[in-house]
Design a protein around this ligand. Sequence first.
Ligand SMILES: [Zn+2]
Length: 326
Amino acid sequence: MSIFEPIDTHIDVWNKLKKAITAGRMAHAYIFQGAEGSGRESVARAFAATVNCLNPDHDGTACGQCVSCRKIHHNNHPNIYYIEPDGASIKLHQFKELKRELSLRQVENGCQVIIIRQAEKMTGEAANSILKILEEPPAQTVFILIVKNISAIKTTILSRCQKVSFQTASLEDTYKLLIEETGYSMSEVKLAMQIGGEGVERARQLLEGKLFELRGKVLDKVKRVDSMHQAELMTVAEEWSGEFAWEIIQVLILWYRDLLVWREAGTDNLIINMDRMEQIKQDTTPDGDMRGIIDIILEAQWALSVNANKKLTMQDMLLKWSKVYR
Ligand SMILES: [Zn+2]
């Protein structure tokens, strides 16, 4: 299987695009419309790989191994351009620069692919500029506008593009996409999805940010809650009430859930924190205490979900928690 093989959810869309490519009936511009995280960009990359592959399979699929495919996989192919919001919007100067670059370059092999992320964020001037480009499209160049909401795109631009709609990916496919995009393992991706509340974008941010470091720090503190003095509990509450307060509560819930699952089922195939299996097996929190702790954490989760003050919620949780053991 090629590294550019799209996920199952997009097979139909992809087959149509591939047919157009192999038949030489490509449009000059496409609009890929779909939800955040639906995999629009991986299809755009598969497209770019297919039109540039030096050694495609008999059905036109990119080989995934030639110099061109490898460059696309590593995001350093000279034929592929990305344009994305510079701050809050995509600005005129970005298209001016693109136009200059395109005019300076001679495409020797394949086809240039310009991928515009969050195209709905083009300013009016930028939109006019791309419209001019699309009215006289440069040779061997394909534009792919990636959008969530097509109604935010001017009809004059829409009329120049072929529209491709993407369905929201299934959960299994979402895992695959995240593994492909972030390089993390299945168990890590599942953990991030659970902690991020199933939102793909949040999961991606967590994986690209410091999820595992955050979890490590939280679990280190968990080990010592029973021996902390009030001052230390207050310091921890302060630390936990920042930007990631919600995620910290999820880390705690999933952790205690895993401890319970391990005790009750004695099998690791339902464990979410798979990489911490040893610590899970060694935990000696008495059953009764564990129930009490879980109730306290769930109470804090509820408080945060109704926008209670984060610091007060964390203080309250930690004070109650520390008393469970006494
Ligand atoms: Zn190739």
